[in-house]
Design a protein around this ligand. Structure first.
Ligand SMILES: [Zn+2]
Length: 347
């Protein structure tokens, strides 16, 4: 990208209320069959138009065709039984009834490739596509087959790589793996989590990214955040390993969080998607608040590597609030672009 500070979102955006119940995760579709397929495409068109209207530079599908960022991908795989459920503790934080891995996992068909082709055909803007990361996938399942987190993660990494290669061929510019689990299982991240991620991204020529956050603004997450103290230093545990990895971009939470921004210095050399929008609050940021976060981040990342972004997905927010936040992100980035161009000597 030639434009400085290209903006994007971390992933999900709210869905229209005619598609499913709004402001809710795992919301059921309101339509079926062909009507649902058509409605999903319409939702893709709308989410794209809203991003473009707000001036977002790198667009996404807003995850309009997925019920959930992890589950929807797993649903299409062989080896996972969704009728056989066990209760597990997700990210050491909240209990959930999850499907069971009952046999060897495999990808039997492309999952999001048709959606990516559809989005690609609608726009010339750079497109970012999010996939769940291997460690976050295994954390959302009960494993009765491999009985090894590492082995299952490795199998998922191979499957993700098949999907990622086809998304790249469909014209996706950035493939992002969502790994909120990286903020919880530090030892595993350093032992095999980053290696599994690199396996998922193997051979890709497009940009690759990892998104590591403190989660959606749901109660289980906001309760957990209250236990983390004044300084959130989770990134410190994993950034040195990520810095040495082949993953090119890191998407992280910065705005309204207690993350000391100097931790960004630990991933020097990477492109950094700086979360400058709080997804756990209905208050729409002012452009100046966004700019203040970006200005702080600029102390630790070069301007040509800074990508203003949201802290996490905005699926649980109202559409109106999400639109306001997209506008604020664009306007805040523009403030900093102007500052940077004023600092630069005229050519
Ligand atoms: Zn996130």
């Amino acid at each position: 990208m030639t434009k400085l500070l290209p903006t994007s979102t971390a992933g999900s955006l709210p869905k229209p209320s005619w598609l499913c119940e709004p402001e809710k995760l795992w919301s059921d579709w309101k339509l079926e069959g062909d009507a649902l397929a058509e409605a999903k495409q319409d939702a893709l068109r709308i989410t794209l138009a809203e991003q473009q209207f707000a001036g977002i530079d790198i667009v996404s599908d807003g995850e309009q065709t997925r019920q959930h960022f992890v589950t929807t991908f797993i649903e299409s795989l062989r080896g996972v039984d969704f009728t056989k459920r066990e209760t597990v503790t997700i990210r050491k934080r909240y209990e959930a009834s999850v499907p069971t891995v009952v046999g060897a996992v495999a990808r039997t068909r492309p999952v999001f490739v048709d959606d990516a082709k559809f989005l690609r055909a609608q726009t010339k803007s750079p497109v970012k596509w999010a996939l769940p990361g291997p460690m976050t996938m295994i954390d959302t399942l009960y494993d009765a087959h491999y009985k090894s987190r590492e082995k299952l993660a490795w199998e998922f990494a191979k499957i993700l790589n098949e999907e990622a290669r086809e998304l790249e061929a469909a014209g996706v510019d950035i493939i992002q793996f969502d790994e909120p689990a990286f903020n919880v299982f530090f030892e595993d991240v350093n032992d095999w989590g980053v290696a599994a991620l690199e396996r998922a991204a193997e051979g890709l020529k497009c940009e690759t990214a990892v998104h590591i956050c403190y989660g959606y603004g749901i109660k289980a997450n906001t309760d957990w955040k209250k236990t983390l103290g004044n300084e959130w230093r989770q990134y410190e545990q994993t950034f040195p390993t990520i810095q040495k990895s082949s993953i090119g971009m890191v998407s992280l939470e910065c705005h309204n969080s207690h993350v000391p921004l100097d931790l960004i210095g630990l991933i020097r050399g990477k492109k950094v998607m700086v979360g400058a929008i709080d997804v756990a609050s209905n208050t729409v940021e002012t452009p100046e608040e966004v700019a203040a976060t970006l200005r702080k981040a600029l102390q630790f990342v070069d301007a040509d590597k800074l990508y203003p972004c949201t802290n996490c997905g905005m699926a649980p927010l109202s559409r109106e609030v999400a639109r306001g936040k997209l506008n604020a992100l664009s306007a805040g980035a523009e403030i900093i672009r102007k500052e940077l161009s004023a600092q630069r000597p005229a050519a």
